[in-house]
Design a protein around this ligand. Structure first.
Ligand code: SF4
Length: 432
C-alpha cells in the first residue's frame, strides 16, 4: 500500500525485504525521486540491501566496454549457444519467475543448472529424500516454541530480526509471554546469539558428531560408555544429557541451525543424525529443525528447479531430460574441475567467498553476468547485463527460508530492465 506524504515523497508500508532469508514483510520505506529517504525498522542488512548503489542501463558491457542492451543480449545468446556445457547459477539473487525462465534457457542450451547457494552448504533436500526431516514454518516457531536451541548459528548477525519477529521476543498463541516464555540454549562457538541465550554449551567443531551420537543414544534409550563420552565431549556430555531431558519435557522445541553446524566437509552426516534424533522425540513432545538459510531467494530458486526438473535444486539438462548427480553436481565443483565451458550467473555477495579454483575458471571461460549493483570482481565478464533490483525496482516472487513464497514489489523506478525481460530476450534470440 503506498500513500502520499509530501509532493515528492511516497511512503510505502508493509514492504517485503530481500535483505536476508527472513524476508520480513513489514518495512516502511520512504522514496522521493527514486531515492530512498528512510527505512524502518532499523536493520543493518535491510539498509545494506536497499541503500547499496544501484546501476543503470548505461552500465551494460561487453568485454569490459560499454555496450547497448541489444548488442549485449545478442552477445550473451551467442556465448551460451556456442558453449557445449554452459552452467547457470547464482539464481538465488533473482525472482522465482526469472529462475523458471532460466531453466527454459538451460534446457534450450543443454546446460547445467545449480540453484544452491555456492558458499552456504545446505543438504536438507537430500535429507528429506533419505532420512526425512521434521521442519516447521517461522510462524510455528513464533507461536509454539518454548525451547529454542541455536546450534552453530548467529542470527543476531546473519538474520538480525529473526530473534525479534520469530524465535525469541515475539509473543505467540501458545507463548503469550514472548521472551519470558522461552528457554534459549546456544551450542557451538560463542557469539552474539549464544551470549544472549539462557544457557550455553561450548562445543568444538571436532566434537559435533560425537555430540549428535550422544543425543541420539539418549533418545533411543541405548546404553552409553561414560568414560568414552567424557573423553570425547568433556563437560559438554552432561550438559547435553540435561538438554535432552529439557527437550523431552518441552511443549515444542526447535533446533535452529546455521553454517557452524552444516559444514561442507562433513557432508550430510550432522543433519542426518539430527533428523534421526528429532523423529523419535515425537513420542514424548513436538519439535522441529529450522535452518537459517541465506537470502534473498535461494529457497525459491531451489524450489523452482525441483518443480521443473524433479530434482532438489540442481540438474543436468545436457541430454534432453533432467539428470541428477548429487555428489558431483555443484557449481563450485564443476567450475573447479573445469567441467563447464561457459557460465551465466547472478552477481551477489557470495561471489567473494568462491574457492580460488572456481574463481580462476570463471575468469577463463565466457561468462554472462547479471547484477543490480556495481561489480566487485577481479575478472571481466564477457557480458555484463545490469538488471533492476528485486524488491526495490523490480517485482516478482521470492521464498522465505521456511519455503513461504512472498511477493516482492517495485517501489521505485530504474532504467535497468527487469531480469525476467532480459532472460526472455536472450531465449528469443537463441530461438530466432
Ligand atoms: S532481518 Fe533480514 S529480511 Fe528482516 S529486515 Fe533485516 S535484512 Fe530484511
Amino acid at each position: 500500500m503506498a500513500q502520499s506524504n509530501t509532493a515528492q515523497a511516497v511512503l510505502h508500508a508493509d514492504v517485503p525485504c530481500p535483505g536476508c532469508g527472513c524476508l520480513c514483510d513489514d518495512l516502511t520505506i520512504e522514496i522521493a525521486d527514486n531515492q530512498l529517504v528512510s527505512l524502518q525498522p532499523d536493520c543493518p542488512l535491510a539498509a545494506t540491501y536497499f541503500e547499496q548503489k544501484s546501476i543503470t542501463a548505461a552500465d551494460c558491457q561487453i568485454d569490459g566496454k560499454s555496450a547497448t542492451l541489444e548488442t549485449a543480449i545478442e552477445a550473451a545468446a551467442k556465448m551460451i549457444q556456442s558453449a557445449e556445457t554452459p552452467l547457470f547459477f547464482g539464481l538465488g539473487e533473482t525472482t522465482s519467475e526469472t529462475v523458471r525462465r532460466v531453466i527454459d534457457l538451460a534446457d534450450r542450451a543443454g546446460g547445467i543448472v545449480d540453484a544452491a547457494h555456492p558458499s552456504f552448504f545446505d543438504p536438507s533436500g537430500r535429507i528429506v529424500q533419505t532420512t526425512g526431516m521434521v521442519t516447521c514454518s517461522l510462524g510455528e516457531i513464533r507461536h509454539r516454541a518454548d525451547l529454542v536451541i541455536f546450534w552453530g548459528c548467529d542470527p543476531q548477525t546473519t538474520h538480525p530480526r529473526h530473534w525479534q519477529r520469530y524465535s525469541v521476543e515475539a509473543t505467540g498463541r501458545f507463548v503469550p509471554e514472548g521472551r519470558k516464555g522461552r528457554h534459549l540454549v546456544g551450542i557451538g562457538k560463542q557469539n552474539a546469539t549464544t551470549d544472549a541465550c539462557d544457557q550455553f554449551i561450548s562445543l568444538d567443531p571436532t566434537q559435533q558428531i560425537a555430540a549428535l551420537h550422544h543425543l541420539l543414544t539418549l533418545a533411543l534409550g541405548k546404553p552409553s560408555d561414560a568414560a568414552k563420552l567424557k573423553e570425547q565431549l568433556g563437560e559438554a556430555a552432561s550438559s547435553l544429557a540435561d538438554l535432552h531431558q529439557r527437550i523431552e519435557t518441552s511443549k515444542y522445541f526447535v533446533v535452529v541451525l546455521g553454517d557452524g553446524f552444516l559444514r561442507r566437509e562433513l557432508g550430510r552426516v550432522p543433519l542426518e543424525l539430527l533428523a534421526q534424533y528429532v523423529r523419535p522425540l515425537h513420542e514424548k513432545t513436538r519439535g522441529a529443525v529450522s535452518i537459517l538459510k541465506p537470502g534473498p531467494n535461494w529457497v525459491g530458486a531451489g524450489g523452482v528447479v525441483a518443480s521443473r526438473t524433479g530434482y532438489p535444486g540442481a540438474a543436468f539438462l545436457t541430454q534432453g531430460k533432467p539428470q541428477f548427480d548429487p555428489d558431483n553436481l555443484s557449481a563450485i565443483k564443476l567450475l573447479a574441475q573445469k567441467r563447464v565451458d561457459a557460465a551465466m550467473l547472478w552477481e551477489g555477495p557470495w561471489l567473494d567467498q568462491l574457492p580460488t579454483k572456481a574463481k580462476e575458471t570463471l575468469a577463463q571461460i565466457p561468462t554472462v553476468v547479471l547484477g543490480h549493483r556495481p561489480l566487485s570482481i577481479d575478472w571481466t565478464p564477457g557480458v555484463f547485463l545490469p538488471v533492476a533490483r528485486p524488491g526495490l525496482s523490480d517485482d516478482g516472487t521470492m521464498s522465505r527460508m521456511d519455503d513461504m513464497p512472498l511477493p516482492v514489489r517495485a517501489i521505485s523506478n530504474s532504467d535497468a530492465a527487469p531480469a525476467l525481460q532480459i532472460v526472455d530476450a536472450i531465449l528469443k534470440e537463441m530461438m530466432a
